[in-house]
Design a protein around this ligand. Structure first.
Ligand code: ZN
Length: 127
């Protein structure tokens, strides 16, 4: 049960706070959207669900498949996967050691999600 509660914190789609108005990347001054060289997003190969989500997102990208992860590179002016709000709500929140949800980058979110999954697997293996 405890493991389940922890896993739920990593849900990708977090509800915005009531009354928060969503902004498009171009209106939010999104760093990824305006990056001159475009932006990239790395997904561990084991995250087939995330990889599928990227592929089906309708964005243009080039893809590089490495031994453990897939790197999608998007041209400048591509909307990112975060959601921008007037009352900023970070989509990629992760729990810190005090149990509070803190902001992070998509890259860190994936990394910490992976570490959490690893810990859950170890806990389950121990029984
Ligand atoms: Zn954006």
């Amino acid at each position: 049960m405890a493991a389940r509660a922890k896993r739920d914190r990593y849900r990708l789609k977090k509800r915005p706070q009531p009354g928060a108005r969503e902004l498009r990347c171009e209106d939010a001054g999104c760093e990824a959207y305006y990056a001159p060289g475009g932006w990239s997003f790395r997904v561990p190969l084991v995250r087939e669900d995330l990889i599928r989500e990227v592929r089906e997102s309708g964005r243009k990208y080039t893809v590089h498949v490495g031994p453990a992860e897939v790197e999608f590179t998007f041209p400048p002016g591509t909307r990112c996967f975060r959601r921008h709000y007037v009352d900023w709500v970070e989509k990629f929140g992760v729990p810190n050691r005090y149990g509070e949800t803190v902001r992070t980058t998509p890259e860190l979110w994936v990394e910490q999600f992976g570490e959490n999954q690893q810990r859950l697997a170890e806990i389950q293996a121990r029984g």
